[in-house]
Design a protein around this ligand. Structure first.
Ligand code: FES
Length: 375
């Protein structure tokens, strides 16, 4: 563990517990690592309880329970109960697949605060195609049950070229399901989404048209349903402040116990991400090489180093810089000040020409067989 004595380290606020990589769905935009199948071990219930306790002691208040599909874990309610006792605000991030009324009641009694259900499209045919699993009707039922049991209805739809034409219908579906919040999350191109980018990235015209529809709907349902539209950063000219700055706020624990400053960090070379089986959360957060790697500004190259916006966007996303330029120290190439901005334009052009030749290359669905091919 390498120490850092010159940077003011703030405590983690958000703990994302990726309980498992197992998932009954096969979404081709999943942010899990392509080679997740080789990380098949999972922390035990007692390990997770220890992690929750240690992170809470450091100041974490928000807990995300995700995966894979967190419902696969039979000890989910036990972990939720533990989180409640520790004083977390807990949020289940689920596909809804396999969620029954009985389980919703059990989770409610355990103290779960919030459930976010994802749905893939506004029609059964497209939803089931993208999910790789027949799940549309069940997801709709789950949405009703979530509402029935007094949870705010939070619906998440990941947007990409296969479903962006349904924007109006997706909004109508969310309203009909009684959603209090609708997150329209344009795909971020990491993991499986990066592998499928040519087939998932919409054109600028498609994106602008969809955004206009969403904005108009936002006004129509103001006060009734809140709509969050997460913009696709390939069409921005400044990068996102990824993770609110490296090692400042977010702590992710992968199913096998590897602690990550962001969900994609295990793909970055030389970080030696530590495991909660070997170190305490305090040691990991304060002293590990991985969490100190991009803290502060000293690691930056130009143009970030002398940029007057560096305290706002922290140079953008390290994983995106690595994926797109091969050098994780580079400015996120989404930034128009980056000398590598052209790689984003190349990606947009490549996706556009792929869209002219539909069916030439099939989507790679996220499942263990395909994952083993990437291992
Ligand atoms: Fe890793 Fe942005 S996803 S730094």
């Amino acid at each position: 563990m390498a120490g850092s004595d010159k940077i003011n380290i703030t405590p983690p606020r958000w703990l994302l517990a990726e309980l498992t990589y197992a998932c009954p769905l096969q979404c081709p935009y999943c942010s899990n690592p392509l080679d997740y199948a080789k990380h098949s071990s999972e922390l035990s219930t007692e390990d997770w309880k220890r992690v929750l306790l240690q992170a809470r002691k450091m100041g974490a208040v928000q807990l995300g329970l995700s995966g894979g599909e967190p419902l696969v874990r039979r000890d989910l309610s036990e972990l939720v109960r533990h989180a409640r006792e520790l004083g977390y605000y807990s949020n289940l991030i689920t596909s809804g697949y396999g969620l029954t009324e009985e389980r919703i009641v059990e989770l409610k009694q355990a103290g779960l605060d919030h459930i976010q259900v994802s749905i893939q499209a506004s029609t059964q045919e497209l939803n089931d195609h993208i999910a790789g699993t027949v799940s549309y009707e069940h997801k709709r039922e789950v949405a009703h049950l979530v509402k029935k049991h007094g949870y705010p209805m939070v619906l998440c739809v990941v947007i990409h070229r296969e479903n962006i034409h349904q924007m109006q219908q997706i909004l109508e579906m969310a309203e009909e399901l009684g959603a209090d919040y609708l997150e329209l999350a344009n795909t971020q191109y990491y993991g499986w989404a990066h592998a499928n980018r040519d087939l998932l990235l919409p054109t600028r015209e498609q994106f602008e048209q969809a955004e206009a529809i969403a904005q108009a709907y936002k006004e129509k349902v103001a006060g009734k349903m809140k709509i969050y539209y997460v913009v696709p950063d390939y069409y921005e000219d400044r990068p996102k402040a990824c993770m609110n700055g490296w090692g400042t706020t977010f702590l992710t624990i992968a199913p096998d116990g590897v602690a990550l400053p962001c969900h994609s960090a295990r793909e970055l070379p030389g970080l030696d991400c530590p495991n909660v089986n070997d170190y305490s959360i305090e040691e990991i957060w304060n002293e590990s090489k991985a969490f100190n790697f991009f803290r502060g500004f000293d690691w930056m190259k130009e143009p970030c180093r002398s940029c007057d916006e560096k305290e706002k966007d922290f140079g953008g996303c390290r994983c995106q810089a690595y994926l797109l330029t091969g050098d994780m120290y580079n400015t996120d190439p989404v930034c128009s000040k980056s000398p590598n901005r052209y790689v984003v334009q190349e990606a947009i052009d490549s996706a556009k020409s792929a869209s002219l030749a539909p069916g030439e290359k099939p989507l790679i669905f996220r499942n263990s067989k395909n994952s083993r091919d990437f291992a």
